[in-house]
Design a protein around this ligand. Structure first.
Ligand code: SF4
Length: 435
């Protein structure tokens, strides 16, 4: 690195889609001669890719901006992504912020670097910008490949269609080329990602076609889908995932509530009995599959009985990975205007109960792995441990002096999953022990 070489650091909040986009933007900086440095290090530019899914996400963004300026006071701070798109005026009041780029403009960041005086660049274009994890964004071992953006649904609580626009997609051929490039550059696992990937459609081709094509890449070892709406899970899709021989035993199917009245008010496209059938269908193709679900509790007007219905459903369901959110009122959404908003302490209580249930369920689910072999793709060293995920997306830690970064190893699991430590413990199996 020369003294004059410019430096840039990145931080991403929110979903896997954001992470894929940061990867591509980081790669654009690297190809223009920038040195990419860790976020904690001082740099000429700080690029923040933000989220606005809840008010918690909004305040994380504002804290992150302050933190960035604190550890790198001379940096020019660029704020992009969904929070920038929705709250540009508010952001422009923050003295720490130099440039605000919306969801389309962030890809043109290089053109705006000289424009100190124009602080806000927000566009409403509906172009599809391809993105995927690149080595320039050096944090990830799993590669996120963006295949879709935006959403045509109008779930009552959700701000994302306003932040990201209408649904649009990559072509199957382009996704295949990107996936091939990822595999050839050493990634072993690809996660297909987007806002609503089940609605993938391009020139008559569906998600099933895309999965078949990417699944045919010989050197690809592991394939995952990010969140898929339950009403878009078809037998054809599950069959294509199964036939690929690469799809891992883990699905993420947003639930939100198990009460039909609430689901209807949320404008979700399924009833609870539809959702139940989807779970059964998944287990027909992937019998031991882990299933993650987003759950919103404290939706306006949610009664104790409705909450109990959701609790009971989750208790008896095969859902293993809970992602529980208190209802967060997003300005401009239908749900924000509904009467009977619950107070924060009631919402907190419900979140806590569901999280406790989630902890019990994931621990119970993990019992089947104890004293069994599982395969782990290792991601990072943490002190004396290496950690990575098994196919069921359970974090596994082992002690090893070997450099295991981006290596897949059979691991003997020695403990059940500890929800408080977010891990199972295991050990490498020596060749002679594998017989
Ligand atoms: S499916 Fe619903 S919750 Fe998901 S992004 Fe679209 S509108 Fe939002």
């Amino acid at each position: 690195m020369t003294d004059s070489q410019k430096t840039v650091s990145f931080h991403t909040l929110g979903c896997r889609l954001n992470f894929s986009e940061t990867g591509s933007i980081a790669s654009g900086f690297a190809s223009r001669g920038y040195k990419i440095v860790p976020f904690e290090q001082s740099s000429d530019l700080v690029f923040l890719n933000t989220c606005t899914v809840t008010d918690g996400a909004d305040s994380s963004c504002r804290n992150l901006i302050k933190k960035a300026k604190k550890h790198s006071p001379d940096s020019k701070v660029i704020v992009s992504g969904c929070y920038a798109q929705m709250e540009s005026e508010k952001l422009s009041q923050m003295p720490e912020v130099d440039l605000i780029l919306g969801n389309s403009e962030k890809y043109n960041v290089f053109e705006h670097l000289g424009e100190i005086e124009t602080k806000i660049k927000i566009d409403q274009t509906n172009d599809f910008w391809g993105a995927y994890t690149t080595p320039a964004d050096f944090k990830h071992t799993r590669a996120f490949l963006k295949i879709q953006d935006g959403c045509n649904y109008i779930c009552s609580f959700c701000i994302i269609p306003q932040a990201r626009g209408r649904s649009r997609t990559i072509s199957v051929d382009q996704a295949y080329k990107n996936a091939l490039e990822l595999v050839e550059s050493g990634y072993k696992e690809i996660v297909l990602t987007g806002v609503n990937i089940g609605e993938y459609e391009k020139g008559g081709e569906k998600l099933t076609d895309l999965v078949e094509k990417i699944g045919s890449i010989k050197q690809l070892q592991r394939l995952r889908l990010s969140s898929v709406e339950p009403n878009t899970i078809t037998d054809d899709l599950l069959k294509a995932l199964k036939d690929s021989g690469k799809y891992l035993n883990h699905f993420h199917i947003p639930l939100q509530s198990a009460d039909d009245e609430i689901l209807k008010s949320m404008r979700r496209k399924y009833t609870i009995s539809d959702y139940q059938s989807v779970l059964e269908k998944i287990h027909k193709y992937f019998p031991k599959s882990a299933i993650g679900a987003d759950i919103i509790t404290g939706y306006p007007g949610e009664t104790r009985e409705q909450f109990q219905k959701t609790y009971k459903f989750l208790e008896n369901s095969p859902i293993t990975h809970f992602h529980v959110f208190p209802f967060s009122s997003r300005q401009g959404t239908t749900a924000a205007k509904l009467p009977a908003h619950l107070n924060n302490s009631e919402k907190k209580k419900r979140v806590k109960l569901l999280n406790q249930l989630g902890d019990q369920k994931i621990e119970k689910y993990s019992e089947q792995f104890k004293n069994q072999l599982t395969s782990v793709l290792f991601e990072q060293r943490k002190g004396e441990f290496w950690e990575g995920h098994n196919p069921e997306f359970l974090k596994v830690r082992i002690k090893s002096n070997e450099d295991l970064k981006n290596k897949i190893r059979p691991i003997l699991i020695e403990s059940t999953y500890s929800p408080s430590k977010h891990q199972m413990l295991g050990k490498i199996v020596l060749h002679s022990q594998r017989q």
